[in-house]
Every structure is written in C-alpha cells, then in structure tokens.
Write a protein that binds this ligand. Structure first.
Ligand code: SF4
Ligand code: SF4
Length: 422
C-alpha cells in the first residue's frame, strides 16, 4: 500500500491506490446547530439529478436524524462495528497535543477502513472494510425522523431532566449529508475498472458512467455509503457536486463559480461550500481569509465527519451544542470540546464569518471585516461579551466583491395597516 499523510489522523496511513491532490479541493462546512430538517436541500438535489426511472431510492443529498436515523439505515453504526471487530478496543486517539494544521486533532491510533481490510481480509477481497446495504436499508431515507433519545433503558419515555445545556438528556439532531469528495476516496480505490476519478482542478469525485460495469465495489467500500447502484442502467451513481455550477459553466453562473444546489437552497442557512487551496501533500495551504480555512483551521469550530474512517472527507461540521459529548467525539473526533467551547462564546471574527452563510450563491474565496460600532455589552453564559456591528465583505474568484453584510440583523416593523390583513 502507498503511504500517504492523513492530516485528520495526524499520521501516515496506507492507501491502496495512487494518491493525487488537486490544486483546489471542493469542501464544505455545515453548521448542525442551524439545520431544521426542512429537507429543501434533499429535494433541490433530487429534482435536479435523481428524478428519473431507476433512481427512486437514490438520494445523493439526505438529512437524517441522529442517533437512530440513517440512509442507508444504520450505515455508521455498521461501519464502526466492523472496525471495532477488526481492532477490538483499539479505535482510539492519542492524548498527545494537537499541532497546527497538519495534526490538529492529535493522532488516531486505530485502524482505518483501508488498514483494517489489509489485516482482516487475507488476501484482501476488497480494498476497504465495508458492506453492501440491503434493499430494505435503502428503502426509508428519512426513517426515525425526530425520534429522540429518552430515558436510558426505558422505552418510549423522555428524560424529565430534559433540556439544560451543556448536554440535553433527551436529544436528537439533524445530520445533513452529501458525498464528501474525499481526499483518499474508498470508492475510487475499490473500483476494479478504474471508473472513478478525482478531478485535478477541484477534487470532485466522479464515476465514469461508460466505464462502470455495476460491480458495486464502490458501494461496498464507501464508508459513508454515498455511491448508489441504479438497477435499470446497471451502473453506480453518486453526487457530482453540481460540477457545472462549481466550475462556472452552468448557464446561471455567468462564468463565476457557484455553490451546489443543496447549498443554495438551504433554508436554515447552515451550508457553506468553497474551494480550498492544497499543499502538495494534500494538507490545506494557509489561506487565512478563506472562510472555510478560518472555520476549520483558525477558529477550529468545524470538524470532519468520522475522520477515523481514513478517507479524509472534505465535509466539515460545526457539532450540535446539546448532544452528549461522548457521542459527538465518536462522530467528529477529539476536536469536539474545543469547537463547542468556541462556538458557544464566539469572538468578534467568528461572529462575522458566521454571517457569511447564505447571503449569496457564489463561492467565497476570501472575506474582509470592516470594524463597526459597539452595539451590545453584557453577560453571556456567565461571561462578559461585547458585540460590534462589524461589516463582513465577501469576495469571489476574480476578487470582485460579491456582497457585504452587517452583524446586526435589520429590524423590519410591520406597518399597522397590515395588522389584520391576512
Ligand atoms: S464519501 Fe464515499 S463516495 Fe464520496 S468520495 Fe468519499 S468514499 Fe467516495
Ligand atoms: S435545507 Fe438546510 S436547514 Fe433544510 S434540511 Fe437541508 S441543511 Fe437542513
């Protein structure tokens, strides 16, 4: 196996394919705290790409309710169990100190889907530990929506101690998912036909429909279960990151890179997508004023989804503040406590960057902040807080201004003449 550096894991790892890093990488940061599960993103994707015969059960973008929901059902618990079986009690992180942007979460001591496959499958029948979901598991994309974890050990009973932060005793949250366009894609490594490729210009992972023969090795290998088999064409399909929009060739985009359909449609304003600069070894090049770089590497509020799987996914999440920390650490790694601490007490810059979400459909390449007047001084969760009405300005690919927005929400007062007009 080729040895590659996985900065999520803080170490080298074996990858059973030749690694290739794009100049810029498609990436996104979803703020779970803001998702309301309206499923507008899900439907925006479905009505654009998967509305044809044979795609009925295919949801490239989906939003599931954690911990019980999943599409396909139980995908993450099954993967975690397979890895635990391969490496009992060994799937742990070192307590060692994080180090800059090449080892921000410490070091993962366990085995990735690639390493576990090499050890447990002799000779390896697949390049990654995985499984093929059953038809039934693909059948109910929104199963267990809004089902909360209640009183431990008591069926159908919510915990009366309920809802006080930092952790709610009765809880669930919405996990919005698309393909992570991973830096070390398991789907790509597993394909015996080499039908899957990663684009050098933006790192988007695509399946060549003419080359695919429907062996479903990618479906089996993707730990996030984001490649899907289509029965009537007998080939596999997956999220294409709305690449005509991202490359600016979509007629609506006027030649300027535009965010995907699911991002653009987000009612909860929890999605931001970008194209981040990479170093030659696949780590993120310093790009201080890029909002994704800031959220992931400077503020460190956004974390990868199941980094321990080893594919170095390019989807990042601001974890939900109310869910149990232990559960969140399993899902997002050891950066959870620091991320939530900062998100709960945002500083001046973080507050400004969070205001960049969904003011435009254009991809933001950098931002600037113009300082404004003090508008609030008081206490927030027992700590002093001061808020300034700063202006945050977003710039696009050609460094043109896309928009500017202020921290203070404008107040609209409905005129009295409309009081009974509904
Ligand atoms: S999420 Fe799955 S389908 Fe998408 S690139 Fe990663 S391994 Fe491939
Ligand atoms: S559109 Fe946004 S808020 Fe609505 S479900 Fe999707 S991610 Fe959540």
């Amino acid at each position: 196996m080729e040895q590659v550096y996985n900065w999520h894991l803080g170490r080298e790892m074996g990858y059973p394919y030749e690694a290739a890093y794009p100049k810029r990488q498609f990436a996104f940061v979803f703020n779970i705290n803001r998702c309301i599960a309206c499923q507008t993103c899900t439907m925006a994707c479905k009505s654009t790409w998967t509305f044809n015969k044979g795609q009925e059960q295919m949801w490239w973008a989906n939003v599931e309710t954690k911990p019980y929901g999943g599409y396909p059902q139980g995908w993450d618990m099954k993967l975690l169990q397979l890895l635990e079986d391969a490496n009992p009690n060994g799937q742990v992180w070192s307590k060692g100190k994080a180090n800059g942007s090449t080892r921000p979460y410490g070091t993962f001591k366990g085995e990735t889907v690639f390493e576990a496959a090499e050890k447990t499958l002799t000779p390896p029948s697949s390049r990654a530990v995985g499984y093929l979901p059953t038809d039934e598991e693909w059948n109910s994309p929104n199963i267990y929506e809004d089902n909360a974890v209640g009183k431990r050990g008591v069926r159908d009973k919510l915990d009366d101690a309920g809802s006080r932060l930092p952790e709610h005793r009765t809880w669930f949250f919405y996990l919005a998912r698309i393909c992570n366009h991973c830096s070390y894609p398991a789907c790509l490594a597993a394909c015996p036909r080499k039908a899957i490729y990663k684009r050098p210009e933006d790192g988007i992972v695509l399946i060549d429909q003419k080359e695919c023969r429907g062996y479903r090795k990618c479906v089996e290998a993707c730990p996030y279960k984001k490649t899907m088999y289509r029965g009537n064409t007998r080939v596999s399909e997956k999220c294409i990151a709305c690449y005509p929009r991202v490359e600016g060739s979509d007629p609506e985009s006027d030649g300027e890179p535009m965010e995907t359909r699911c991002m653009a449609a987000c009612i909860g304003q929890m999605r931001m997508q970008g194209l981040v600069k990479l170093n030659e070894d696949g780590t993120w090049a310093e790009d201080r004023q890029n909002p994704l770089y800031y959220l992931v590497h400077v503020a460190k509020v956004a974390l990868p989804l199941y980094p321990q799987f080893g594919t170095q996914p390019n989807g990042y999440y601001i974890p939900p503040r109310w869910a149990p920390r232990e559960y969140l650490r399993q899902m997002f790694g050891p950066g959870v406590d620091e991320a939530l601490e900062r998100y709960a007490q945002p500083d001046r810059e973080l507050l400004a960057v969070l205001n960049l979400y969904r003011r435009s459909n254009r991809i933001i390449y950098r931002y600037e902040i113009e300082e404004g007047p003090k508008v609030y001084e008081g206490m927030l969760r027992d700590r002093p807080v001061t808020i300034y009405n700063d202006t945050v300005i977003a710039y696009g690919k050609s460094d043109q201004e896309i928009f500017r927005t202020e921290i203070e929400e404008p107040l609209h007062i409905r005129p009295a003449k409309h009081a009974n007009s509904i």
